[in-house]
Design a protein. Structure first.
Length: 401
């Protein structure tokens, strides 16, 4: 695809009233596939994510990817002028995405009812800890809270230790993905089915809860409460993470009946491969401890490279546990183009994750990296009819940046 070819969301106008992770990641997905995303930021510092984690010359390296392809409009939402700018933009937008605490935008006169009255076709995605209704709606809520309330934290970790987090902000990320899905479903309904706009009410805990597999029916029918099981896959054997002799780790998923047989043959346990009591998962579950000991013992007796080569020849699903160094040097990542290289304003090169998912004809792409605060303020306001003098006055008053 040429750089000038239209992307699938070209022409879709998105207004982001978001901060940190959930709403910004949702709009990042839309921007990666061609939507025009105008991100509204506080003139005094902007999105807090600009200062999170590792920094390079005063800007978060995370920001470069999270805000790619977006236009930064620095406007004070607490001011009447800023609120009027938002109303004007919303009237021209297809989608608005926000992650303020419920009621905040209503107090500023830019809530769902106010914006819907200006634009009957508007799709508004509202991401919050607990949703726009219910007894908990006014509580502040981050992704970690959603992970806890949604049931994920309870089942993550080892049974003899407290629950642990996954190492990334998975609650926010899940909500962002559902937000993008909700926005596109609502947009499809409006454009294809002749419907009106609508509000997408997405609670972080509900996004987490929705991926909790069989948690609810297992408890409802059997009274079973799933507990922490470390790296094992409860009730499905064998599937676990095993240390190797050289201090590395390998994940082995040999829970398919034929795969299990191949694994046992490959590690020299023909007796277990041919044991009829282990031919199906229920038989293997009954002997979990024995099988885990056999596989762990074999891994511990061999270096990682040998373990990986044996598993690959036997066609057993496996992976070493990758860190950032492994990812950056992996030939499959490179062959699939999953690492992009860009140039920062000072000339330094920087690598970022490529766009997912892949489309064969109209793939997403990175058009520019996360912008400086207010980089597009004049451009956006000029398109709304704000003269240079008016912009200068608003800037002097600290209402735009």
């Amino acid at each position: 695809m040429s750089e000038s070819a239209a992307q699938p969301l070209a022409g879709v106008k998105v207004l982001e009233l978001g901060n940190m992770i959930a709403a910004p990641f949702c709009t990042r997905i839309l921007a990666e596939f061609g939507a025009e995303v105008i991100k509204v930021e506080d003139p005094k510092g902007g999105d807090q994510l600009r200062q999170w984690r590792k920094m390079y010359k005063g800007t978060s390296l995370w920001w470069l990817a999270q805000a790619r392809n977006k236009k930064s409009l620095a406007v004070d939402l607490r001011s009447a002028e800023g609120q009027e700018i938002v109303r004007t933009l919303a009237a021209r937008s297809d989608i608005v995405v926000e992650n303020f605490r419920p009621g905040t935008l209503e107090r500023w006169g830019i809530g769902w009812e106010a914006l819907k009255s200006l634009n009957a076709g508007l799709v508004m995605v509202r991401l919050s800890g607990y949703g726009q209704t219910g007894p908990y709606k006014d509580r502040p809520g981050f992704g970690v809270v959603g992970e806890a309330m949604g049931g994920m934290r309870y089942v993550t970790g080892y049974p003899d230790q407290p629950p642990v987090r996954m190492g990334i902000s998975i609650g926010d990320t899940l909500a962002a993905l559902y937000g993008a899905i909700g926005a596109l479903v609502a947009l499809h309904h409006r454009k294809v089915n002749g419907g009106f706009g609508q509000m997408v009410d997405l609670a972080l805990y509900e996004a987490v809860f929705s991926v909790m597999e069989s948690l609810v029916p297992e408890f409802d029918v059997l009274g079973f409460v799933r507990e922490r099981a470390g790296n094992a896959l409860p009730g499905i054997v064998p599937s676990n993470t095993y240390p190797t002799r050289d201090g590395k780790y390998v994940i082995i998923g040999a829970n398919g009946d034929k795969i299990f047989k191949r694994l046992m043959n490959a590690i020299g346990r023909v007796d277990l491969a041919d044991d009829p009591s282990l031919a199906t998962n229920d038989g293997r579950v009954a002997r979990t401890a024995e099988l885990e000991g056999v596989i762990a013992g074999w891994c511990k007796s061999n270096d990682l490279d040998h373990v990986l080569s044996v598993l690959e020849r036997a066609e057993v699903p496996f992976s070493k546990v990758y860190d950032a160094r492994d990812i950056m040097s992996d030939p499959h990542y490179a062959a699939r183009g999953m690492i992009e290289q860009h140039t920062l304003p000072d000339g330094r090169s920087v690598k970022l994750p490529a766009v997912v998912p892949r489309l064969s004809e109209t793939p997403g792409r990175t058009r520019w990296l996360g912008p400086k605060l207010g980089a597009h303020t004049d451009e956006v306001l000029a398109e709304l009819g704000y003269t240079a003098d008016r912009r200068s006055a608003l800037r002097t008053a600290g209402l735009i940046g």
